[in-house]
Design a protein around this ligand. Structure first.
Ligand code: G6P
Length: 608
């Protein structure tokens, strides 16, 4: 995720900015830049790649100045190039700003600004904000920023400087974090606490809709209407390591908790006011989508499980047959793919060798290939006909969590798009499904807020040698992902099976020592799943059920119940997987495993 640092004070601004950005490096980024004010001038330096490139440029041509802003960019709109790197400036070159988040209505504002004569030089959504502030500026930069943000739809954390106000950084936020470290005669704006810890432990937390005027010895906070408000202050106890993990013990746990945000950001802006699903990246007309006679999904690991969820949604909603292949099989099996096939390659890293080979194979056969990835500018984006991005932010834990649920969010949107284009669902049904889909982040928040039972349950299974995960329908990929998480990070053998198939083999393995995790959420096969639970219990198994709130009856069938809120069956995969991520996490922690870096595994597998 992008990092923001802004500085006002007596120290050389560049040192503080680069130091702060270094503290945010763990979040991942692909370009970096600073803008520093001194003696009526603004110096802007931006570089693609690691901070070392930016540092080298600044060492070569040092920048004086005690006020400035800096940024590490994780590309979302536009490739990681110097022109797209932050800070961005207005036409006059007197305003510079850095931004985290996504401006959904940037295209509309950009068109307006261009019509008014503004010249925009980048592909980013951010640059429009600099020009918008310019257009609204009449001598009061705080007021111009406050007015500008009223026009923005989406999420933002902003730090802005103006040459007319050489002692001031203006900060604003909505749905993207921003804090201000309060020092002695200096203040530091930052997107995250690690960036300020070297200087201070006193922090002002900016809230949604607030705008702040930050000078060396004062911070004034205003609400959206321009009224000055009392700031929210806190003292930070965390050390740097804890701060990087947002106070969580591990990146994996942090990332599990970031899922509501990742899903929200991925869904953001996908439905327009007229009820049409927006997916212009597909670059296919409704007629093109109507001509499709088959969808092929190609992916590895956790992404493959997201593909299995997508298969069910696309088949149910858009009535197109879907095949899902692991990439390493697809590439060698001479698949039947032609120009009427849509191939969807799912890969969080965008670099998985087998998936890339599958993409090439499919394109050679004339199929249109569409990638779902979390990394802008990754190889899959260059090799595909279209890309839909998940906006999960960088994932550091090797075991995928937030990228998985963000993939399901993106693929659910794709399934609705196909249904809309092919008129396989009535508009009211699409509207209803969408309205429910956007509540999924709230559902995940509720699960995360009430997860004590999961930890208690984990404690009882830390010594298991082997486990079985069962489900039906949407519960099958959920069970597969739950089993994968457990084996990856706890090294307990875990096998997932469609519950109805269990009697043809795995039932032979069942003993009282073998925990059986069953996805038993509400759905049209619920009764069948309960019968399967009875089958395993009759053989002495201890059952952990994932079930829906209100299903009191399940208590008599399971030793432990991990609850999720009510949600329709089609949208149940995300809520149902979250307790299983946490179960795997707690079991692994109790076994003393390194959950962020499990043995033998890599985050991105670039070899065959
Ligand atoms: C590795 C990672 C998994 C990931 C898989 C596919 O095995 O450890 O978390 O699911 O690769 O990666 P991709 O980047 O293609 O989604």
């Amino acid at each position: 995720m992008c990092g923001i640092v802004g500085y006002v004070g007596p120290k050389p601004a560049c040192d503080v900015l680069l130091g702060g950005l270094t503290r945010l490096e763990y979040r991942g980024y692909d370009s970096a830049g600073v803008a520093v004010l001194s003696d009526g001038d603004m110096t802007l330096v931006r570089r693609v790649g690691k901070l070392a490139n930016l540092k080298a440029a600044i060492t070569e041509a040092p920048i004086a100045g005690r006020v400035g802003i800096g940024h590490t960019r994780w590309a979302t709109h536009g490739a990681p190039t110097e022109a797209n790197a932050h800070p961005h400036r207005d036409c006059s070159g007197r305003i510079a700003l850095v931004h985290n988040g996504i401006i959904e209505n940037f295209a509309e504002i950009k068109a307006e600004l261009a019509a008014a004569g503004h010249v925009l030089r980048s592909e980013t959504d951010t640059e429009v904000v600099a020009h918008l502030v310019e257009a609204l500026y009449d001598g009061d930069i705080l007021e111009a920023v406050r007015k500008a943000v009223q026009r923005l739809v989406g999420s933002y954390a902003l730090a802005v400087v103006h040459l007319d106000h050489p002692d001031l950084v203006v900060a604003a936020r909505k749905d993207s974090p921003l804090i201000i470290g309060l020092g002695e005669g200096e203040n530091i704006v930052a997107s995250d606490i690690p960036a300020v810890l070297e200087h201070t432990r006193e922090v002002l937390v900016l809230h949604d809709g607030q705008v702040a005027a930050v000078t060396a010895d004062s911070v004034r906070v205003y609400d959206a209407s321009g009224q000055q408000v009392e700031p929210d202050l806190m003292h930070v106890e965390w050390d740097l390591d804890a701060a990087e993990k947002g106070g969580f013990e591990d990146f994996m746990l942090k990332e599990i908790h970031e899922q509501p945000k990742a899903i929200r950001e991925t869904l953001r802006g996908r439905m327009d006011e007229s009820g049409r699903i927006q997916m212009s990246e597909l670059d296919m007309s409704d007629d093109d989508l109507l001509c499709l006679d088959r969808v092929f999904i190609v992916a590895c690991g956790t992404s493959y499980h997201a593909g299995l969820v997508a298969k069910q949604l696309i088949e149910q909603w858009a009535r197109i047959p879907v095949e899902v292949d692991v990439s390493s099989e697809f590439r060698y099996r001479d698949p039947i793919v032609d120009r009427n096939t849509l191939v969807v390659a799912i890969t969080q890293s965008g670099e998985t060798a087998d998936t890339l080979a599958g993409v090439r194979e499919a394109r050679e056969r004339g199929a249109r290939v569409f990638a779902v990835t979390n990394v802008v500018g990754s190889r899959v984006t260059r090799e595909s006909d279209g890309v839909i991005y998940t906006h999960a932010g960088p994932e550091i834990g090797v075991a995928a969590t937030k990228t998985f649920t963000a993939q399901i969010a993106a693929l659910s949107t794709l399934a609705l798009k196909l249904a809309q284009a092919r008129s396989t669902l009535p508009p009211e049904r699409i509207a209803a499904l969408w309205s429910e889909l956007v509540t999924v982040p709230d559902i995940v928040e509720a699960i995360l807020a009430d997860a004590q039972e999961i930890e208690a349950c984990a404690r009882e299974y830390t010594d298991a040698a082997s486990s079985l995960f069962l489900g039906r329908g949407m519960g099958v990929p959920v069970a597969m992902e739950g089993a994968l998480k457990l084996k990856e990070i706890s090294y307990i053998h875990a096998e997932a099976y469609p519950a109805g198939e269990m009697k043809h083999g795995p039932i032979a393995l069942i003993t009282p020592q073998m925990p059986v995790v069953v996805v038993a959420t509400q759905g049209h096969t619920y009764e069948k799943v309960v019968s399967n639970i009875q089958e395993v219990r009759a053989r002495g198994a201890r059952v952990i059920a994932v079930a829906t709130h209100g299903d009191e009856g399940i208590r008599s069938h399971a030793e432990h119940v991990l609850w999720i809120p009510q949600v329709s069956e089609a949208l149940s995969a995300i809520p149902a997987v979250v307790p299983l991520q946490l179960l795997a996490y707690h079991i692994a922690k109790m076994r003393g495993c390194n959950v962020d870096q499990p043995r033998n595994l890599a985050k991105s597998v670039t070899v065959e």
